[in-house]
Design a protein around this ligand. Sequence first.
Ligand SMILES: Nc1ncnc2c1ncn2[C@@H]1O[C@H](COP(=O)(O)OP(=O)(O)OP(=O)(O)O)[C@@H](O)[C@H]1O
Ligand SMILES: [Mg+2]
Length: 219
Amino acid sequence: MTHHPDQQGFTVWFTGLSGAGKSTLAEMLFHELRRRDMKVELLDGDVVRTNLSKGLGFSKEDRDTNILRIGFVANLLTRNGVATITSAISPYRHVRNACRQMIKDFVEVHVDATVEECARRDVKGLYEKAMRGEIKGFTGVDDPYEAPASPEVYIDTMTQTPEESLQLILDALLEEGYIEDSTRLVHAPQAHSGLTDLDGQIGTSLATGSVPKGGEGSN
Ligand SMILES: Nc1ncnc2c1ncn2[C@@H]1O[C@H](COP(=O)(O)OP(=O)(O)OP(=O)(O)O)[C@@H](O)[C@H]1O
Ligand SMILES: [Mg+2]
């Protein structure tokens, strides 16, 4: 693979309900871009909430602040030529659009699944609690999720495998001129990057220590 000293920065902005598949696809994309010798950073919702946004809650105002902080950092990285991936729920359209306007090289990926399907997956066991009323203000249950009107990529995780979804994202990045080849290069399960909360779900952990879970999980 060629090295890219003049790499054009861009941000792949995943948005979708908890359990829709943002972190799963973000991890897969991270490894694909790394494999292309690109500079890559991943800002995952849960991980951000344990450091950059520690102390913020889940009110509308705090959620907006959280997303604007992610957008701020994504912009700094993007303008320095980094392939930046964000994977927070980012439920509000106006805040995502504010990030889009700031970053410009912005590829919005709507990772879609119904609330019922996400609750069936219940990757973190949070939907059950939210539906019992033990967690208040959970996106998709008793807090809004505003789907993007015209994302660059729409992913239907109800009908696609993660590999099929990843291919759509790589194809879009090729189309936008951000990568030179959309052929998937990574097939074996990858070691967990440590940059999402998917420790144990993807390949083998790098044993960097698992990332503590954030707040009420509704990143
Ligand atoms: N096409 C697909 N793309 C991504 N994930 C999929 C797909 N089909 C099924 N899944 C499954 O959906 C689940 C998604 O979980 P994941 O932790 O990635 O969600 P998330 O969107 O990051 O949630 P959260 O906002 O709570 O962090 C995984 O179990 C994954 O295997
Ligand atoms: Mg996640």
